[in-house]
Design a protein around this ligand. Structure first.
Ligand code: IPD
Length: 262
């Protein structure tokens, strides 16, 4: 795809950070067996990747604002635009040597996500989209699935871990959705869950308790692939609330209705 200057700089930042993370990922296996474990090493890898991304994006667009998992928030001279970055989505997978993690970079303009890149560096899959320009996986155009029957549909979600308060809600979701579908996956990287909906690998995805950087890039990628994305609370905001439901158009009404229990 012929991307804009902004998209190209996002792709470059994702690739450079990906190179650094792939190198660190190879180290993780050795560290697993050490006394100290891989935790410290992974958080250093995460911070290093964010620095690579920030340096590249801020050099290209010094006036834009910044919101990222590790480095917090900074308003830019241009208050209408900001980068929203997760240098390593799927940190737990990375830490356990599971090759399912990604770099997620979004550009927000006046509160709307206008460009997004999700890069699965371990598999060299670059998911990307710009508003009005379609969504792409490497050189191929992306399209959400056409599946219209819930019973044939495969979904993804996240399961709250470590004592999170939203566990009961999620278990109720599962009880409502599982009996009438083809399966629910929990692969542990929300950005990739969204990218996979755009690619038609999943028919839908929902999750609560997320952060804006987990979701931002996926929103434009799913929409540009022809999918629907909404906050779980129809009056809310997906980014601000960290709650999302996304799917192909054919099942959206039924699927979002089940998620919302409406
Ligand atoms: C996590 C992943 C996971 C989701 C968690 C997120 P992180 O992001 O996206 O799939 O269930 O809620 O926090 O911490 O690996 O960037």
């Amino acid at each position: 795809m012929e991307g804009s200057a902004n998209l190209n700089v996002m792709i470059k930042a994702a690739r450079m950070a990906g190179r650094s993370l792939v190198k660190d990922f190879r180290e993780v296996e050795n560290l697993q067996v050490s006394m100290k474990g891989a935790g410290d090493f992974v958080s250093k890898a995460d911070i290093a990747a964010e620095k690579i991304i920030r340096d590249i994006l801020m050099e290209a667009r010094p006036n834009y604002g910044w919101l990222a998992e590790e480095g917090g928030e900074a308003e830019g001279k241009d208050p209408t635009r900001r980068w929203i970055v997760d240098p390593l989505d799927g940190t737990t997978n990375f830490l356990h040597g599971l090759p399912h993690w990604a770099i997620s970079i979004a550009l927000e303009h006046k509160g709307e996500i206008v460009a997004g890149v999700i890069y699965d560096a371990a598999k060299d899959e670059m998911f990307m989209a710009e508003k009005g320009e379609g969504a792409w996986l490497n050189q191929s155009r992306l399209r959400v699935s056409a599946r219209g029957r819930m019973i044939e549909s495969l979904f993804a979600t996240g399961l709250p871990f470590g004592g999170r308060a939203d566990l009961p809600e999620t278990l109720q979701d599962l009880a409502r959705i599982l009996p009438g579908c083809a399966g629910i996956r929990r692969l542990g990287a929300a950005a990739l869950d969204m990218a996979y909906v755009a690619a038609g690998r999943y028919d839908g995805f929902w999750e609560r308790g997320l952060h804006p950087w987990d979701l931002a890039a996926g929103i434009v990628i799913v929409r540009e692939a022809g999918g629907f994305v909404e906050p779980i609370n129809p009056q809310g905001s997906a980014l601000a609330d960290g709650e999302i439901v996304a799917s192909n158009e054919a099942i959206f009404e039924k699927f979002s209705g089940l998620v919302r229990n409406s």
